[in-house]
Design a binder for this molecule. Structure first.
Ligand code: F2R
Ligand code: MG
Ligand code: MG
Length: 362
């Protein structure tokens, strides 16, 4: 890459690549990737975009993007601040308008509750799964707009990421996934691609998550699942354990099946966010079997190839990669066939303008 992308380009790249990952991954969600090992069928699908597949908005976005747009809109309407009641209302209205976007099985009841007047908008989420709260990846999949902020806002950003997730995901694993994904995007956004240090990136994420896991934090408590049984692993180590696997997996250049088995490819936050981060890190350099010289596109293709929750892992990986590489790396063909890329650019610009002003050239 000749020049580092501007910060505005990275804001746009983040939200557009998140939408693209969602749209491109959605047809394969939940065990729909035909050839896991070869990347062949996906490469062929990607190559048809712009040739056989040309129709505008041909690939529809799902709940990942619908909810991400609500967060962006709420942040813009509130001058960059988190407003729980406003966001809850936006989630509820959006769900009522388009309920067929493939929402998670249980979050629907929370979204319906948002259409009533609520004193405490966090209450419906706390009732989920017999009071244990959701650990689905819904909080993480939509968090990208929160990460689009100056470096100096880091600690405040973590709190906002947590609060946006808590509206639907009160389980420690659910909202911690949003924190981790948000930090990964934010660090990528403010990293220099010319001097990027993979180990330092992983170490910084570990440092953040270790703090989340500190004794006395909610992580230290044993959570209960919906059937009231306790989990066998310590909940608090779920993210750190997987983050510690990133370096060895990268070092041995593990095959995609092993990556999916060790990091996860599921609908739960702890079994999807680490895989999205891995996809970004692994695809900075060429991957055997993926015939694509564009690292951002390679990241999304790789993330979908992990199978399982393909739209969400590709969207999260896309958000990190887009924040790193910038909008210039996303082809006009993708922009055309993926529904919602135009709105993503407008929202990224609006968030950028709140933080840096319209005329800032960074
Ligand atoms: N819903 C889907 N995919 C299903 C297939 C959709 C199909 N393509 C279609 O169009 O019909 N994808 C979307 O859902 C995921 C995000 O879900 P979210 O927002 O976290 O929802 P929810 O309901 O809170 O959690 C999802 C499931 O996780 C399990 N779960 C969560 N917490 C649990 C707990 N404490 N105990 C037991 N199970 C728990 C449940 O099965 C939930 O239903 C994204 O993939 C998005 O794309
Ligand atoms: Mg989805
Ligand atoms: Mg999904």
């Amino acid at each position: 890459m000749a020049l580092s992308p501007t910060l505005r380009s990275r804001f746009q790249g983040c939200l557009v690549a998140a939408v693209s990952g969602d749209c491109l991954g959605a047809p394969y969600e939940i065990h729909g990737v035909p050839q896991l090992d070869t990347f062949g069928s996906l490469t062929a699908f990607f190559q048809r975009i712009g040739t056989d597949i040309k129709e505008k908005d041909y690939l529809r976005y799902t709940d990942d993007t619908a909810m991400c747009r609500c967060i962006a809109e709420s942040l813009v309407d509130n001058r960059g601040n988190f407003n729980s009641k406003d966001l809850a209302k936006k989630f509820g209205t959006e769900y009522t308008k388009e309920p067929q976007r493939g929402y998670g099985g249980n979050v629907i009841s929370v979204l319906k509750a948002f259409n009533k007047e609520l004193d405490d908008p966090f209450e419906p989420a706390r009732m989920q799964f017999n009071g244990s709260g959701s650990y689905g990846n819904g909080g993480a999949m939509r968090v990208a707009p929160v990460a689009l902020c100056p470096e100096a806002n880091f600690e405040e950003m973590i709190e906002v990421a947590k609060q946006t997730a808590l509206l639907t995901h009160s389980n420690y694993l659910g909202y911690s996934g949003a924190i981790l994904q948000c930090c990964a995007i934010h660090l990528a956004l403010h990293s220099d691609p010319m001097t990027f240090d993979t180990d330092a990136f992983i170490d910084r994420l570990l440092e953040v998550m270790e703090k989340q896991d500190a004794p006395g934090s909610p992580a230290a408590k044993v959570s209960r699942t919906s059937d009231n049984s306790t989990t066998t692993e310590s909940q608090g180590t779920e993210y750190c354990r997987r983050l510690r696997l990133l370096k060895p997996l990268l070092e041995e250049d593990a095959n995609i099946k092993k990556v999916a088995a060790e990091l996860g490819n599921e609908i739960s936050a702890h079994k999807s966010v680490p895989a999205a981060i891995y996809s970004f890190l692994r695809c900075r350099t060429p991957v055997e079997g993926i015939d694509n010289t564009n690292a951002l596109e390679r990241t999304i293709l790789y993330a979908i190839s992990l199978d399982g929750d393909t739209d969400t892992i590709a969207s999260m990986a896309g958000a990190i990669a887009g924040a790193f590489y910038g909008i210039e790396q996303i082809s006009s063909d993708w922009m055309n066939v993926c529904e919602g890329t135009d709105v993503a650019i407008l929202q990224a610009d609006a968030i950028y303008d709140i933080h840096f002003g319209k005329n800032e050239k960074t």
